[in-house]
Design a protein around this ligand. Structure first.
Ligand code: MG
Length: 344
């Protein structure tokens, strides 16, 4: 198998800000896996919070080719070797996992969700994310998101109250979930939870930094709002200890290492009674499509990274009105948009 990658730089519609930083251009890697006349595609969205960046992902990908072997169907063996050698570069591992699934789907002429035995009709609507901003801009973003029935609002600031007042003024009847991205502390989280609960909130993602499941358990026991772990739920081994501490986990391919690792997390979560959310980074429709193949298995979907881009280099996963499309096209089901240099 031949592996190569190319940098993608994708300007965002609006600068995207969360509790720990801001970006106006999404930088990811397009990964091509060539074998036996077919090309599988995947996307790596490395995240500095998980000690990954474009350079570390590129370096990892450059070293992966020799351990792939010559059978793309040997997913179990390939993933064991990749996780063994590149455990800390799971965004790059996820891109290869996606490209392998895309290749297999193209070879078998079937979409990946069908190979996984799933019903595309059970895909939940995705939320649309409103990043941190000044109140006037928040109002404008919420107005621009009129077509999306579910909003995910970034909080974890000194102005959470003002942010949610603005959101509710512009979207009084919508389902709204919030994500604090570790922005609160064990000392002030309960007070903050009670404050945001007044805005009719569906659940809160990652109120406090990871590493203190006991504090998450206390917040969950307080029963103010359901709590979903994101930064505390990186990979499969993180899931069993979260049982009883939170209501659900947010799985992202770039954190865990791809579709196969995500499936393991979903099964572990179900086994200990946790709900499951599927999330993403800011990435193109290619990366979103890999995660979306699993959407029929989860309770909540937050796969909107491609909807935040000014121009998406891939098409085929939809998302308008919150409806993702699991197409009948083989593999991941996305195609390069227009006359780009991406090609297959
Ligand atoms: Mg989150």
């Amino acid at each position: 198998m031949k592996l190569s990658c190319q940098r993608l730089e994708m300007p965002l519609e609006h600068a995207f800000t969360i509790a720990r930083g801001s970006e106006s251009v999404a930088r990811t890697l397009l990964v091509r896996l060539e074998h036996d006349g077919l090309t599988g595609l995947g996307e790596a969205a490395p995240n500095p919070y998980y000690h990954q960046d474009i350079a570390s992902a590129e370096n990892a990908l450059a070293d992966m080719e020799p351990v792939l072997g010559d059978d793309p169907f040997d997913l179990q063996g390939i993933m064991e070797r990749l996780l063994d050698g590149f455990d800390d570069q799971r965004a790059a591992v996820a891109a290869v996992d996606a490209a392998l699934h895309d290749w297999i789907g193209k070879r078998l002429n079937a979409p990946v969700w069908r190979l996984l035995g799933l019903d595309a009709g059970r895909t939940p609507l995705t939320s649309f994310t409103i990043g941190i901003d000044e109140p006037a801009m928040i109002g404008r973003k919420v107005d621009e998101a009129a077509e999306y029935p579910i909003l995910k609002v970034k909080v974890g600031t000194a102005n959470d109250q003002e942010i949610l007042e603005t959101v509710r003024r512009h979207a009084p009847g919508k389902t709204v979930r919030v994500d604090a991205n570790c922005g609160w502390t064990a000392a002030n989280a309960l007070e903050n939870l009670r404050r945001v609960a007044g805005f009719d909130i569906e659940f809160v993602e990652q109120p406090i930094p990871p590493g203190d499941n006991g504090a998450l358990a206390e917040l969950t026991r307080a029963g103010v709002l359901p709590i979903v772990a994101d930064e505390s739920a990186v990979r499969p081994s993180d899931v069993p200890p979260l049982a009883g501490c939170v209501d659900g986990i947010n799985i992202k391919l770039c954190k865990c290492g791809g579709i196969r690792q995500a499936l393991e997390m979903i099964h572990l979560a179900r086994g200990v009674g946790l709900k499951v959310m599927l999330g993403c980074m800011v990435e193109s429709s290619l990366g979103i499509a890999a995660a979306a193949q699993l959407a029929p298995l989860v309770d909540w979907v937050d796969l909107d990274g491609h909807l935040l881009l000014a121009e998406d280099p891939f098409a085929g996963i939809g998302g308008q009105g919150g409806r993702l499309t699991l197409s009948d096209r083989p593999g991941l089901g996305v195609t390069p948009r227009g006359a780009t240099a991406i090609g297959e």
